[in-house]
Design a protein. Structure first.
Lengths: 288, 318, 250
């Protein structure tokens, strides 16, 4: 029993790390530009499928590096051509636009790569269990957690210490002032969008390694990311990270005791948080 | 009644004439009556959403949940409880409204994109319940084994199952009552407080309107009518599955409202008509209709943000 | 008895102390001006009285009752109405519709789905009264968003008045206005104060307006009370001159 619980907690952490990675990207875009990117799941799928296509040429490791970057470039382009036009307008419109994009991407991936689930090859040594007692502790799962941890650390370092990061954070607090200080807000938002999409692309490659690939992979992961943001606190990136991990673990534990509620438990958590603390666990006052 | 008052009635007269005569002209334009019913039902859903979106200024992206609850409410009532279309509709509407009332206090303090996010996320709870609770809801396969029952008025019984035209007029009658109630509410002092909130929430609050409370009520009214629409939708199909509650369905309602024109009463109905006809056409023409629907969303946002009626009104005003 | 009694009100924003231990005592029928340099905490002070912000500490007593933790809308029901520094109206509604909302709220119809013909007539008449009083009657069916700044401000003041308040809080009623508009608004405030014996507290930068209207003046500087007194006393107060009037003159 305790092994089962441990297994599911660990599993939950992995899933939660995933949610967090995706939610962090969403959060970045939401905080700076006020856009909920419904197409985020779509970008995740693009990341996964690009990696799938690239692996025969540059191998898993190459794809892990290149696919998210390519995805981010697509993101930059989409921001430039479409999303940019909607800043400052009723958030309704960016919601609808990204919603439509999500449809197009899902259908597009189905068109290009087919509706069937595709196998995704990761290096063999990564897949084998590390110990016979803890069979669930495969190298790949551990590897995923490490990659997510490194990426999140990297993200917070970028935000904390680089010029771009500091500007993004300042813009999140007060875009007008940042603009007056001579920062090009258009470029800032563009790069910030790209950064968010990079995270989605990376999550896509990692997800493909664990879940395989199908066109709906994105739309099934986007709701938990929303919940992670709400639970963690609107406007707070550490909150989003915390939220993602929490709902992951909670889902994992629920799988042990009440499997049919696995998906629902995170929404119950969200309800509880909204009831007790509407701004979320680490959310700032007055941000919504 | 003066000239301007009379002019205001013209759209109402046109809409009702078109709707009342629909089964007679629909075949002439290669349509079929079921398509007309879909338009009326989804139009009701979009108008119900617009009560909140266009007239209270609150962005809900989770209305499919209550639409779906209305649908399951009627299906399960007829399947498990009483074989009565009327009671089924009432149960479905009540179920959806109660769910909305419970969710209300959790969301009414939020605004804008956050309201949208939380409503859509909560909608998923109901989706998963219908999806997972196999034994009762039929799970992913949907709820089958039931169909709409004849209407029994005491003096006469109307078969709405096989007589599509009779079912159309039944749906239209329900639609008429729902729409009349919404119109009447919007012209009442309460309705004016909602418009005040849409126009300027801060001002409304400091005119002594407890904004959260009013949004909650508006939310419940909106969800009540969307559940009603969901109940009618299930009756139309004699079937309901979890997709009726999925978040993409919510997006469809929003695009209908925007496409037709959020600031006009009939706008969402027009949006629903365009959307339903287009979807019907696309799904018969191409496998990739989802891409086209997505593209349609993008084009509407970029080129018709004020909707069809918004554009018409602009052209008319000097 | 005083109508509004504020005791030791303090507001912190993080480490910033916006309002520090400010008290005020406003009598029934008084017109009190609150002045002070930018950033003195005037608007924050107002926002706490109206319930827009919650105080960090201190107490607000209105009509003998502690309202420190009462919701904004309920403060309105008790008789406190306010306007904002940046005019807050319903821009896409007509003047008539703008005024109708507060009249209906004040008459207890806010939740009502229905209204009798008689009640409807009475409400309409009251709206017309308010428009006539402020010279807006000729623009009754114009959208407020299309009106001049002065007319928008007048609409906002009449909306507050439509609530039949006992205490009216005006946040810089003449901000951003030309001479003629400033004069008109000043006359309107004066009329409301005289004719209806309304208690008014206003924040104002224009000293002509302040000295023309106020019975008493409170001066805030850096979040704290600098002086309280009649216009003459304030004009003569050296600390005030040093901190505020001098700076304004320079």
């Amino acid at each position: 029993m305790s092994q089962l619980i441990l297994f599911n907690v660990f599993n939950g952490l992995i899933v939660g790390a995933f949610y967090a990675l995706m939610a962090l990207g969403l959060s970045l875009i939401l905080n700076l530009s006020g856009v909920i990117n419904f197409a985020h799941g779509g970008f995740l799928a693009i990341g996964g499928y690009l990696a799938f296509t690239l692996i025969p040429y540059i191998g898993f490791w190459g794809a892990l590096i290149v696919a998210p970057v390519l995805t981010a470039f697509i993101g930059l382009l989409v921001e430039r051509v479409l999303i940019r036009r909607l800043y400052g307008r009723d958030p309704l419109y960016s919601l609808l636009l990204t919603f439509g994009l999500a449809f197009m991407i899902e259908d597009g991936t189905r068109f290009i790569w087919g509706a069937q689930s595709l196998p995704f090859q990761v290096p063999g040594w990564l897949v084998s269990p590390l110990s016979s007692e803890y069979f669930f502790l495969t190298g790949y799962r551990l590897f995923m957690v490490l990659i997510v941890a490194a990426t999140v650390t990297g993200l917070f370092l970028i935000l904390g210490y680089t010029r771009l990061g500091i500007r993004i954070r300042a813009g999140t607090l007060d875009l007008e002032t940042v603009s007056v200080l001579g920062v090009n807000v258009r470029i800032l938002r563009n790069l910030n969008f790209g950064l968010g999409i990079y995270l989605a692309g990376l999550a896509g490659v990692l997800a493909a390694g664990m879940l395989g690939l199908q066109p709906t992979v994105g739309s099934s992961l986007i709701m938990p990311s929303f919940v992670a943001i709400i639970v963690g606190g609107l406007g707070s990136l550490p909150g989003t990270l915390l939220g993602g991990l929490l709902i992951g673990v909670a889902s994992g534990l629920t799988t042990v005791f009440f499997p049919s509620a696995t998906e629902a438990v995170m929404y119950v958590m969200m309800a509880a948080v909204l009831l007790v603390r509407p701004r979320g666990l680490l959310g700032e006052e007055g941000r919504f | 009644m003066g000239g301007p008052e009379l002019n205001k009635q013209i759209p109402n007269v046109v809409v009702w004439l078109l709707l009342l005569s629909l089964p007679y002209w629909m075949p002439l334009v290669h349509g079929y009556t079921e398509l007309g019913i879909r338009v009326v039902v989804l139009g009701l859903a979009a108008m119900a959403l617009n009560f909140l979106l266009g007239y209270t200024g609150v962005l809900s992206f989770g209305h499919a949940a209550y639409f779906g609850l209305g649908a399951y409410g009627v299906g399960m009532t007829i399947r498990y409880l009483v074989p009565s279309t009327g009671i089924g509709i009432i149960v479905g509407t009540i179920v959806g409204t109660i769910a909305a009332a419970i969710i209300g206090p959790l969301i009414i303090r939020l605004r804008g994109v956050y309201f949208a996010m939380v409503t859509i996320a909560f909608g998923q709870v109901f989706y998963f319940i219908t999806f997972r609770w196999n034994s009762v809801t039929g799970g992913d396969d949907g709820l089958t084994g039931w169909s709409r029952q004849p209407l029994n008025f005491g003096f006469a019984t109307v078969d709405i199952l096989h007589n599509t035209r009779a079912f159309y007029f039944f749906v239209l009658a329900v639609f008429a009552v729902a729409v009349a109630v919404m119109a009447w509410l919007l012209r009442s002092p309460f309705g004016r407080t909602l418009i005040a909130i849409r126009e300027n929430e801060r001002r409304a609050r400091f005119l002594g309107i407890p904004v959260d409370q009013h949004i909650w009520i508006s939310w419940m009214i909106s969800c009540c009518f969307v559940s009603l629409a969901g109940a009618l939708y299930a009756l139309l199909n004699n079937f309901v599955d979890p997709r009726a509650l999925y978040w993409t369905q919510s997006g469809d309602f929003v695009i209908m409202a925007v496409l037709g024109g959020m600031r006009s009463f009939w706008g969402p109905l027009i949006g629903a008509a365009i959307f339903v006809v287009l979807e019907d056409y696309l799904s018969s023409q191409t496998q990739n209709w989802m891409s086209f629907v997505g593209l349609f969303f993008v084009l509407v946002v970029l080129f018709f943000p004020r909707g069809v009626l918004g554009i018409v009104r602009r052209k008319l005003s000097p | 008895m005083s109508m509004l009694k504020v005791e030791n009100l303090t507001k912190h924003f993080g480490s910033l102390v916006a309002v520090n231990d400010v008290s005020i005592d406003v009598e029934q029928g008084e017109l009190r001006a609150v002045i002070g340099p930018n950033g003195a905490g005037k608007t924050t002070f107002f926002n706490m009285i109206s319930g827009f912000l919650t105080q960090t500490s201190g107490r607000i007593v209105f009509d003998g009752e502690d309202i420190s933790n009462v919701a904004p809308a309920q403060r309105v029901w008790r008789g406190i109405a306010r306007t904002f520094q940046i005019t807050e109206v319903f821009p896409e509604l007509t003047v008539r519709e703008n005024l109708r909302v507060p009249v209906e709220v004040a008459a207890g119809y806010r939740l009502s789905p229905w209204m009798s013909k008689d009640a409807d007539g009475e409400i309409g008449a009251r709206v017309v009264d308010l428009m006539t009083m402020s010279g807006l009657a000729g623009k009754a069916d114009r959208l407020v968003g299309e009106l001049s700044h002065g007319d928008q401000r007048a609409t906002e003041i009449m909306m507050a008045l439509a609530l039949k308040p006992r205490l009216l809080l005006l946040d810089e009623p003449t901000a951003g206005m030309g001479d003629q508009e400033t004069y008109d608004i000043t006359q309107l405030i004066r009329k409301l104060h005289k004719d209806q014996n309304l208690t008014i507290v206003l924040i104002e930068h224009d000293m002509r307006v302040v000295f023309h209207l106020a019975n008493r003046i409170m001066v805030l500087a850096e979040g704290a009370t600098l002086a309280v007194g009649t216009p003459q006393e304030i004009a003569a107060n050296e600390a005030v001159q040093a901190a505020y009037l001098g700076k304004a003159a320079a």
